[in-house]
Design a protein around this ligand. Structure first.
Ligand code: 5GP
Ligand code: MN
Ligand code: MN
Length: 326
């Protein structure tokens, strides 16, 4: 496994006739939008292209409109020995779920990612933790390939930018300029953004009322900067849309008294996935990595076996050891 620069990544991408592009499990708009934008460009060049992810069977409802060319296939239909495997927005091979074996069987595996915790897997990896989204990296690749950014491609990239920058609050001037370019290409910002960030069924309100009822504030935790946590039990995780589950952390992290917000999501009888957010003073990527997960300094996650109270204890310990950010 070795790092590659932009030009070498372009060489790998343009040299393959059969390409499988994978996003992480439960792909968000950055993971799927990046895979589809790159997939569209390779498809247009004449490559045989599949886009997929390990779980669930289909993309989240709010992301389906991005796949205008029908490139997404369910994970059980993904080629077993792809000539080129491109893995996007994925910090470690376990985040591919049941498709993790393809990183072994593919002729070449190119990882394109922006996670600070990226483990450097694949035969080649192009990783830039300063990129605010994988979509930023993909637009640079498309430009270097000489690929045109048509409207469907621009929508995929805009969806990635808007999600990973929290609606451009965390976007640099360069990323704003990139977004402006996508708007000029014809993206309707409101039409792309509303289903991603602003749309929930009425039943979300009663789910929220139950889940927010589990919220607890612990002002002494997270190095005295405050921790707020809540849990989403299996009855809500298994019948809700991903969009509703993932929205809870965005409510919790508004808590003024807490630097860190954590939402535990029950994904099995004794198995929980956590979302962690900080406001920029504590490194939650380090805390998540200590618990076997990963992510970004201000947005991370992990998955653990056990019961919620024990996992919360481990979270408190990991946060007590997490580095302060300058
Ligand atoms: P989210 O809370 O939005 O699901 O995830 C935030 C960040 O944490 C993502 O960028 C993702 O990389 C990371 N993350 C979330 N869940 C997991 C997990 O179970 N394992 C690992 N390694 N990273 C995770
Ligand atoms: Mn992602
Ligand atoms: Mn991302």
């Amino acid at each position: 496994s070795r790092p590659v620069d932009l030009d070498e990544a372009v060489g790998l991408l343009t040299g393959a006739r059969q390409v499988v592009l994978l996003a992480h499990v439960n792909p968000d708009a950055d993971a799927l939008g990046s895979a589809l934008a790159l997939g569209l460009a390779l498809h247009r060049r004449g490559a045989q292209v599949q886009v997929s992810f390990g779980a669930p069977e289909q993309p989240a409802e709010s992301l389906r409109a991005l796949d205008v060319a029908g490139l997404v296939v369910p994970h059980h239909r993904v080629a077993h020995v792809p000539e080129l495997l491109v893995v996007l927005d994925t910090g470690s091979v376990d985040r591919l779920g049941p498709l993790a074996d393809r990183a072994e069987t593919a002729g070449t595996t190119l990882v394109i990612d922006h996670h600070v915790s990226n483990s450097g897997f694949g035969t080649h990896y192009y990783v830039d933790p300063r990129a605010e989204a994988t979509a930023v990296m993909v637009l640079h690749l498309l430009d270097a390939m000489g690929a045109s950014v048509d409207l469907p491609t621009a929508r995929c990239l805009y969806a990635g930018l808007v999600t990973d920058t929290r609606n451009f609050r965390a976007a640099s001037p360069d990323t704003h300029a990139m977004a402006a370019r996508l708007l000029v290409a014809g993206v309707d910002a409101e039409a792309v953004t509303r289903p991603l960030l602003d749309t929930h069924p009425f039943s979300w309100l009663s789910m929220l009322s139950v889940v927010l009822g589990t919220a607890r504030l612990e002002v002494g935790e997270a190095r005295g900067l405050g921790l707020v946590h809540a849990r989403i039990g299996r009855e809500h995780v298994s019948c809700g849309r991903q969009e509703e589950i993932e929205s809870v952390i965005d409510v919790l992290r508004t808590t003024a008294e807490a630097e860190v917000a954590v939402v535990l999501k029950q994904v099995g009888e004794h198995r929980w996935t956590a979302s962690m957010r900080s406001k920029g003073r504590l490194d939650v990527a380090a805390a998540a990595s200590a618990l076997g997960g990963g992510g970004h300094r201000v947005a991370s996650g992990f998955t653990l076996e056990g019961e919620a109270p024990d996992i919360l204890d481990r979270v408190r310990h990991a946060l007590a050891d997490a580095p302060l950010l300058g």
